[in-house]
Design a protein around this ligand. Structure first.
Ligand code: IPE
Ligand code: IPE
Ligand code: MG
Length: 256
């Protein structure tokens, strides 16, 4: 039996569900600086970041959000000191061990995006276990971007398309936007409506470059471990006031 979120728990500040995004993506940034400000090692910031991640998932469930994407480790983050990378791998292992059963009970479906290459074998297995265990769930889709980089994703997609052309399964003229989308790690997922980046940095850092074509960006000046429900609600209020045009001349409602 799965927990059904109670309708009374809907928490959009103005109770207007028509402006609730379907898909929110997060760049969870600022763990290291949060720790350094406190005289702690950067790894302590990543640990605190996991708590913030749990609270964010809980809030997304309360809001009955359909898709939540979390940027957890980028393909460029391998350039960090080995001890920090090892600690992040350890946190991922621990998170799956401690939280997978509860997420599954809450009807959460986990999708992993990013390359499976170069990951420690047990980490790749934990990611696969998370996807397999939750694949039949119908509640929140939690997309975890791990070992993810958008340019890497697009290059891998281009390779697969080229292989199909070489094998005679696809004509070059049939490579259109939907054919490209279908080869991306995010195949079948809607594009994010809103992207929130914490830590005060105003950049994408190679995150969902294709999928964020018409996403609304919100940059928040708090480090990820300090990101709380109030910040989440404030971002939703800002989103509700945005006018999305998708290239047209008149504003469309914020959710399509
Ligand atoms: C985000 O926090 C977490 C990961 C990239 C894994 P950072 O570790 O980038 O923290 P800052 O940006 O250096 O403060
Ligand atoms: C993006 O943050 C990656 C994650 C949050 C996982 P970074 O901290 O790696 O980005 P840059 O280096 O500041 O652009
Ligand atoms: Mg950072």
């Amino acid at each position: 039996m799965h927990d059904a979120p109670s309708s009374s728990s809907l928490a959009l500040p103005d109770n207007d569900q028509s402006t609730m995004p379907h898909h929110i993506a997060f760049i969870m940034d600022g763990n290291g600086r949060w720790a350094q400000q406190r005289g702690l090692p950067r790894i302590a910031g990543h640990k605190a970041g996991v708590e913030s991640l749990r609270k964010t998932i809980a809030h997304a469930l309360k809001l009955q959000l359909k898709y939540l994407t979390l940027f957890s480790f980028s393909s460029e983050n391998w350039s960090r000191p080995a001890a920090e990378v090892d600690a992040i791998m350890g946190l991922l292992r621990r998170f799956v061990k401690s939280d997978l059963a509860e997420l599954n009970a809450k009807n959460v479906r986990i999708r992993i995006i990013g390359s499976r290459q170069n990951l420690p074998l047990d980490v790749a297995n934990y990611l696969m276990e998370a996807e397999n265990t939750t694949q039949a769930n119908t509640g929140l889709t939690l997309v975890v971007a791990f070992n993810y980089g958008s340019r890497d994703e697009i290059s891998r997609a281009a390779q697969r398309l080229a292989e199909k052309v070489a094998a005679g399964q696809l004509k070059p003229q049939d490579i259109n936007e939907s054919a490209v989308s279908a080869e991306l790690d995010t195949a079948g997922l809607p594009d994010p409506d809103m992207l929130i980046r914490t830590s005060g940095e105003h950049r994408l850092s190679n995150f969902l470059l294709w999928q964020n074509a018409y996403t609304e960006f919100i940059f928040i000046d708090v480090f990820w471990p300090d990101f709380c429900e109030e910040d989440f609600d404030k971002a939703l209020q800002i989103f509700a006031k945005r006018h999305r045009r998708f290239g047209n001349i008149c504003a469309t409602k914020s959710v399509v």
